[in-house]
Design a protein around this ligand. Sequence first.
Ligand code: 9D3
Length: 229
Amino acid sequence: MTFHVLTIFPEFYRGPFEFGVLARARKMGLLRTRVWDLRNWSFDRHRTVDDRPFGGGEGMVLKAEPVFLAAEEILPARDVSRQRIVLMSAQGARFDQAAAARLGTYQDVLLICGRYEGVDERVSEKLADEELSIGDYVLSGGELAAAVVVDAVARLIPGVLGNEESARQESFSLEPILDYPHYTRPAVFRGWSVPEVLLGGNHDEIRRWRRGAAREKTLRLRPDLLERK
Ligand code: 9D3
């Protein structure tokens, strides 16, 4: 699968796609990432991509035309069953594990990174298939959010993770519960001990402890997960 990222800051992506799981997936040919500079589709002297809002108000608005021209060149043979155009914006629907799984079914995903005070609404209405936000907080633009989407979707591509890890994450999206607490050596760190049960070899007992600890931690940190569903 190929992720296309359309941005005014292409240099931002020197980094996010070049480490760990994403780097391996790209080297194995399971994932392709192409970063496109939106200014390549602006043709005035200053390569302008923003303008003042109709109706007045603060800030600038990302113009529709460069975004449409870019999308039409990046995905020239539009196939709505295999390609998805996503506008990353603070107004979007919440990106979650189910959305990641859904995006993973497409051959090409074009992520349009919003910037400035907003994006001309015709991009949302007439170009994008959907509009996504990564959460209810204010970011400076869509670039960090798009990197989050690429990471979460790439992990779901068959072959990207080892078998063991991909089976483990399967349960995350199905069960509305957090992971159990993890510990490694030393057994006592600054006087704080690892739960005794984990040091013995009773795997039934360990499984029971982990289930209980996961439930307790979910209740404490994410009660909304248990109340949902
Ligand atoms: C209330 C007026 N603006 C806040 C100063 C609205 C606003 C405009 C532009 C808020 C954020 C942004 C830029 N953010 C994104 O483009 C963005 C985003 C986000 O801010 N939060 C979570 N997900 C995303 S995806 C893209």
